[in-house]
Design a protein around this ligand. Structure first.
Ligand code: NAD
Length: 371
């Protein structure tokens, strides 16, 4: 039996609180599902800056490079807003993404039936929604050069960014999206703006080529990004997997997140290239931040972090049954009416619980389901 190496980076604010509940869930899988792992834990973000003067230490970076999966809580807070940019808490996350070359950001948008009313869209449009957005994370306009602000003289300036993609960057993201689609309903929608952007035309060309080469079993469609934004709020259930670039992915994944209506419920994964031993660098984190307004009160919703661990079970540890079991446990807890404050709507069947009570409820549900 292999021991998986997991790096735990709890971070700031509610990060340590939601991570503690996730670690209890992980222990349950160790005790009852034969999931053998070893963990190392490091400070990250503001907590690391306070202790070591940097948002992530070299030692933590070395552990990150060795880890089979990184579980990341959240970083940031007002206290560190005056710290120089490169030492800010968020710089830790950017460094991890860059040095581990985490080029694919996976954001599922799933609407659990008991929470369908939390969406700003009508229940029938979102109930049962289950889509996955793959956003290319290390290329495109956020990284392209030249970039900067030029002085044109006479008090005028010009801001420049460059949207550029190479064939290789497109292909490795598309390859991952096709592979993921195969694990789901085998439908992939590739999104760009080839009508007005050359990088979009190349994106389309490479995806079509790759599809013909090795993924003809996946149903491939294409959509312009502006139409995709509209379709996501008009009829979101038409999608299975959406593949898109860094810029459009940033926007479309936030629209998809809003369809679910609750930040405290949204997990994410950022994956890199497979290593020679078959594992790949992978960072799992909730979409939400450190929520300083509720930190230290045992009030945070730990489900986004717990569901991020479910993603790790699926994408890093190849344990789809355990991932599904954990997702079902979360669904059961919600169906039983348990709510942290962020997802409470004041319904009669609801029971308001703390962060740690929610963690306990998930473990109870796991026990019941595994009987
Ligand atoms: P946030 O996500 O921390 O909070 C937004 C709102 O949602 C707050 O009212 C918060 O209480 C609530 N919320 C968020 N997660 C919740 C949860 N799990 N349970 C219950 N309620 C929850 O965003 P923000 O307030 O804009 O940012 C706060 C800090 O977090 C900032 O320093 C920001 O830079 C940082 N941040 C970090 C990350 C990250 O670590 N990946 C992401 C976003 C923001």
């Amino acid at each position: 039996m292999t021991d998986h190496k997991i790096l735990i980076l709890p971070g700031d604010g509610i990060g340590p609180e939601v991570m503690a509940e996730t670690q209890r869930v992980m222990s349950w899988f160790a005790d009852h599902r034969n999931f053998s792992f070893e963990t190392t834990s490091h400070l990250v973000g503001g907590a690391s800056y306070d202790a070591h003067g940097v948002p992530i230490t070299e030692e933590a970076m070395e552990e990150a490079a060795r880890a089979d999966a990184i579980l990341f809580g959240a970083v940031g807070g007002e206290r560190w807003e005056t710290v120089p940019y490169e030492q800010r808490p968020e710089a830790a996350l950017l460094r991890l993404r860059k040095e581990l070359d985490l080029f694919a950001n996976l954001r599922p948008a799933l609407v659990q039936a008991p929470l369908a009313d939390a969406s700003s869209l009508k229940r029938e449009l979102v109930e049962g929604l289950d889509i996955l957005i793959l956003r290319e994370l290390t290329g495109g306009v956020y990284f392209g050069t030249p970039r900067g602000i030029e002085d044109l003289g006479g008090g005028k300036k010009r801001g420049v960014n460059t949207h550029a993609y190479t064939s290789d960057e497109i292909r490795r993201a598309a390859e991952m999206a096709f592979d993921l689609a195969r694990l789901r309903e085998a439908r992939l929608c590739s999104v760009e703006k080839r009508n007005v952007m050359e990088a979009g035309a190349l994106w389309h060309e490479e995806v079509v080529k790759l599809h013909a080469e090795k993924y003809t079993d996946v149903a491939l469609s294409h959509m312009l990004a502006d139409n995709c934004a509209m379709q996501l709020v008009r009829a979101p259930k038409q999608f299975d997997v959406i593949l898109t670039d860094n810029l459009f992915g940033d926007i479309l994944s936030d629209i998809a997140a809003q369809l679910t209506g609750s930040l405290g419920m949204l997990p994410s994964a950022s994956l890199g290239q497979r290593r020679k031993n078959g594992t790949r660098p992978a960072l799992y984190e909730p979409v939400h931040g450190s929520a300083p307004d509720i930190a230290g009160r045992d009030a945070a919703n730990p489900l986004a972090m717990i569901l991020s661990f479910a993603m790790a079970l699926r994408y890093s540890f190849e344990r789809p049954d355990d991932a599904a079991l954990l997702e079902e446990a979360v669904e059961r807890v919600l169906a039983d009416g348990l709510r942290t404050a962020d997802i409470a709507r004041g319904g009669k069947s609801e029971r308001l619980v703390s962060c740690s009570e929610m963690g306990s409820a998930v473990i109870d549900a796991l026990k019941a389901l595994a009987l």
